[in-house]
Design a protein around this ligand. Structure first.
Ligand SMILES: NC(=O)c1ccc[n+]([C@@H]2O[C@H](COP(=O)([O-])OP(=O)(O)OC[C@H]3O[C@@H](n4cnc5c(N)ncnc54)[C@H](O)[C@@H]3O)[C@@H](O)[C@H]2O)c1
Length: 345
């Protein structure tokens, strides 16, 4: 049985659904304090799903969960993930992303659970020295959110040195899209409050073009990119879910030995992206093409700390996991659009 933290969040809920479909005979313990996630994103009629409304840093409650189930591995999504908020409230991020995770790792250690897949991010790289970005790129985050994720990567490396954990850090680029094959009435998708991601914001602007406050903001068009707007790598959330399943499989294999260049460590880090960058204007064009509606937008000043281009080199994930992203930008936008039309939460 696996334990999933942040299971009621956007990526966590997609992973839970994907995993339970792939492993219909396996149990899954979902831990989420529901501070940000939505309980409707989890199918509570599934007898294999055991949901606990608990904070991951609550040692007593988490120790009890580990004692009540035979947990073999953890998939750790729980975190706060707003870059802007992390700058204005850094200690909220240190507490939730770092302190809570460290206490959770202690619970894992006490329960003698060694294997963990950790949600890391391209934000740990900071301003890119080169693009596409591979895993050897220097990690110099330029915001507190990225720093907190790097701190946990470092904690896992340190613990792996004393062979207390075996880990895979998955550094996602921009997660996007929704499960394209939802059971009627069970649709899941992206629902952040406030929403800060481009695709749902562009869809919302297209679908609410009569509302002035829903207009999309485009932050700068004078970057050194083909059309002047920022370029990002949009990876479908189900492609992420598949990579997590493969990472768990890898951790379970006898041959797992971590990075070759770090042969004494039982851990590795992998980028997850598509290797294709799309500019803000290209995303707007894709949303307009999929919805058949114009995306009203205002061009505003650059945001501090937005690098011109972030694109993944995912060669290592392809080699180590045998993983390939399946969704292109149009399919990702289509799935997000279908969710917007049927949004339940
Ligand atoms: N969305 C992206 O594009 C992206 C990119 C890179 C990395 N990530 C990482 O992926 C993970 C999931 O992101 P998301 O977009 O699904 O976020 P989300 O906010 O939708 O989900 C996070 C979930 O974790 C829960 N949570 C937070 N702190 C908790 C705690 N202390 N105890 C228990 N539950 C807690 C929240 O209630 C929520 O359900 C995060 O770790 C994030 O940093 C996301």
């Amino acid at each position: 049985m696996i334990l999933v933290t942040g299971a009621a969040g956007y990526i966590g809920s997609h992973f839970v659904r994907y995993y339970l479909k792939q492993n219909p005979d396996s149990g899954l313990v979902a831990v989420d304090n529901l501070g940000l996630g939505n309980v409707l994103s989890l199918d509570q009629t599934n007898p294999n799903l055991h949901l606990y409304k608990v904070s991951i840093g609550d040692r007593a409650a988490v120790d009890k969960i580990f004692a009540s189930h035979k947990i073999d591995a953890v998939v750790h999504f729980a975190a706060n993930a707003y870059v802007g908020e992390s700058q204005s409230k850094p200690f909220k991020y240190f507490e939730n992303n770092v302190c809570e995770t460290l206490r959770f790792l202690q619970s894992m250690q006490q329960a003698q659970v060694q294997k963990i897949v950790f949600s890391s991010t391209c934000a740990t790289y900071g301003n890119p020295c080169y693009v596409p970005i591979d895993e050897n790129h220097p990690q110099k985050p330029i915001n507190t959110y990225g720093s907190t994720k790097l701190m946990i990567e470092e904690a896992l490396r340190a613990l792996a040195l004393s062979v207390q954990v075996k880990y895979v850090c998955l550094r996602y680029f921009n997660a996007a899209g929704a499960d394209p094959d939802p059971t009627e009435g069970q649709e899941i998708g992206e629902s952040h409050e406030p929403e800060s991601h481009l695709i749902p914001l562009a869809l919302s602007a297209a679908l609410n073009s009569d509302k002035k406050n829903q207009r999309l903001k485009v932050f700068g068009d004078d970057y050194a990119t083909a059309d002047g707007t920022c370029v990002r790598d949009y990876i479908h959330v189900n492609d992420l879910a598949e990579a997590h399943c493969l990472a768990l499989k890898l951790l379970n294999s006898d041959s797992f030995s971590g990075d070759v260049e770090e042969s004494n460590r039982l851990g590795l880090a992998l980028n997850l992206g598509t290797a294709h960058g799309a500019s803000v204007k290209e995303v707007i064009a894709a949303v307009e093409s999929v919805t058949g509606k114009a995306v009203p937008y205002d061009l505003v000043a650059r945001r501090p700390g937005d690098p011109p281009s972030l694109v993944a080199d995912y060669t290592k994930a392809a080699q180590v996991l045998g993983w390939q992203p399946k969704f292109d930008l149009r399919q990702t936008v289509e799935s997000a659009y279908n969710w917007e039309l049927k949004r339940r939460y």
